[in-house]
Design a protein around this ligand. Structure first.
Ligand SMILES: C[S@@+](CC[C@H](N)C(=O)[O-])C[C@H]1O[C@@H](n2cnc3c(N)ncnc32)[C@H](O)[C@@H]1O
Length: 183
């Protein structure tokens, strides 16, 4: 089990081998959690939730939010569900599936992800392109990447699809970027 302090609160997460960063909170994930800008109300999506740290912290920071979490990995989804219970976060729905498929009819105020860069550049483009079909007007996508692995590609994609973006967190070779969706 991982025990850690995030955004000033203590969290406990069950993990298991085969799941992304199962021994400790990934540095990029930690930076995303510490930098993410959450809406006061509405719904958010944690895409590729793994064992659930991003969505669970968001749900605990703001219990008014409706937090949706998805992952293609069945074990990850099971762990995320156990971890939501363990951390007494009840404003969460977790569904297994490929990218946006489990939430295909839905629109969110914020989409958060530590994207699976190892899945290839197409996946990063699917995430950025797909976010435009799942954000409400005024919503934002916030992603963390390693600056020297995926950073340049992500900047290019955000410029291509959103026209501009800002860096809201930078530490230890990672950056968190945010792009706003205006209709
Ligand atoms: C870098 S990990 C981040 C996990 C978790 N958010 C965290 O920060 O610890 C990326 C996650 O995306 C999931 N993933 C990979 N390809 C996916 C896909 N096509 N659709 C949904 N999730 C996917 C992986 O199973 C993995 O849990």
């Amino acid at each position: 089990m991982i025990r850690c302090q995030l955004r000033g609160q203590l969290f406990e997460f069950f993990t298991s081998s085969g799941i992304f960063s199962y021994k400790r909170i990934d540095s990029g994930t930690r930076l995303l959690i510490e930098s993410m800008i959450l809406p006061g109300a509405g719904s958010i999506l944690d895409l590729g939730c793994g064992y659930g740290p991003v969505g669970i912290v968001a749900a605990k920071i703001n219990p008014n939010l409706e937090v949706w979490m998805t992952d293609v990995n069945e074990r990850a989804v099971e762990l995320a569900s156990r971890n939501a219970n363990r951390n007494r976060a009840s404003n969460i729905r977790i569904i297994r599936g490929f990218l946006y498929e489990p939430v295909r009819q839905m629109f969110f105020d914020t989409i958060l992800a530590n994207p699976p860069i190892s899945a290839g550049s197409n996946t990063l483009e699917f995430i950025v392109e797909g976010s435009m079909r799942h954000l409400k007007s005024g919503g934002s996508i916030q992603l963390v990447v390693k600056t020297n692995k995926g950073g340049r590609n992500l900047s290019r994609l955000l410029e291509q699809y959103y026209g501009r973006f800002e860096i809201i967190g930078r530490k230890g070779g990672y950056r968190v970027v945010k792009a706003d969706f205006d209709l």
